[in-house]
Design a protein around this ligand. Structure first.
Ligand code: 13P
Ligand code: SF4
Length: 317
């Protein structure tokens, strides 16, 4: 439930006392989004972390996001309210597995989605997020092989858009987006013949959306495969009566705030990330009081990962 005005005022006061900026991902619970200084997608939050003047960053999101902020600014204190907030997608590949994959294809460029550990980023040439993955891959010479990791659906989406047959994808997936099934999507679209559709590229069902588009069942102008930040941009100027949203349900809060004239509904209302929801109002207050959990990255790993992250934040919108 709503933690109330006292909680809100206390969070703001404690943040000011600590010279802390609070960054929240679009999948956080509504109260946390509302109390944060900035809400955004992974790319926007990385950029904000890199540019912020605050001495402390409190990251309301999952661990790899806080780690990315730390990699960009080792001199800042980075706090996550619960260090156990992991990511099932980031867990699908570790640095040893990546080294073995690289050994199979020497010379290939490694493109790591930001949903990876610092150790994996340190083994990569360039990072990307769902909002700039296509541009990042286009920045690599067309004749160079690409190892894209860890998300197979985002990899397939990038392969489709760039037409690159020399792009190989790791077979990882996010359990939340994988659970938004093609059946859910097809049923939702058929039940609402004129609704528009926003689909996150981590969804396995993004392929079904495109298949429905090519079979003529879904008009191409109704179908948008977008990052969470891209969804928000589209929502601001949308004139649709209804939009069906295929991503984690936390996203609906910003979409509804951005455009009260459109009815945003989830394709799967159960698609909630338990890691994102480990950041509770209570834990946020505790983090501001105690300075825990502090995120640390070994300097040599951070050094090697920084280059890949910096290249990522320089590409795309
Ligand atoms: P974006 O915010 O970059 O779209 O990422 C979605 C996601 O799953 C982050 O965990
Ligand atoms: Fe990871 Fe999926 Fe949760 Fe995003 S929604 S943090 S990809 S488990």
């Amino acid at each position: 439930g709503d933690p109330g005005p006292d909680w809100f005022a206390q969070v703001r006061r404690l943040a000011a006392e600590r010279d802390a900026v609070i960054l929240a991902h679009n999948y956080q619970m509504p109260a946390i989004q509302d109390v944060a200084d900035h809400v955004g997608d992974s790319l926007a939050l990385s950029r904000l972390a890199a540019e912020s003047d605050a001495g402390t960053i409190v990251f309301a999101g999952v661990h790899f996001m806080a780690e990315t902020a730390k990699i960009l600014s080792l001199d800042k204190t980075v706090i996550i309210p619960d260090a156990r907030a992991g990511c099932s997608l980031a867990d699908t590949i570790d640095a040893d597995q990546l080294r073995a994959w690289k050994a199979e294809r020497p010379g290939a460029a490694v493109v790591a989605y930001v949903n990876t550990t610092a150790e994996v980023k340190a083994e990569s040439d360039i990072c990307c997020t769902s909002s700039n993955a296509v541009e990042v891959v286009r920045s690599i010479p067309a004749d160079r092989e690409v190892l894209f990791l860890p998300d197979m659906f985002l990899g397939a989406h990038v392969r489709r858009l760039t037409g690159r047959e020399n792009l190989h994808t790791w077979l990882g997936e996010c359990h939340v987006h994988a659970d938004i099934s093609p059946d859910d999507l097809v049923a939702a679209v058929r039940a609402d013949a004129d609704a528009e559709l926003y689909v996150h590229p981590e969804c396995g069902c993004s392929t079904s959306a495109l298949w429905m588009t090519s079979s003529g069942e879904l008009a191409p102008e109704r179908t948008h495969v977008l990052s969470t930040g891209g969804m928000l941009d589209a929502a601001r100027t949308s004139t649709a009566r209804k939009v069906l949203v295929a991503t984690e349900v936390g996203m609906l809060h910003q979409l509804r705030k951005a455009n009260a004239g459109t009815d945003f509904q989830p394709v799967n209302p159960q698609a909630s990330c338990r890691y994102m929801k480990m950041i509770t109002p209570e834990k946020l207050i505790n983090a501001l009081r105690t300075g825990r959990d502090e995120v640390r990255v070994a300097p040599d790993i951070a050094e090697r990962a920084r280059d890949a992250v910096r290249k990522m934040i320089a590409i795309g919108n």
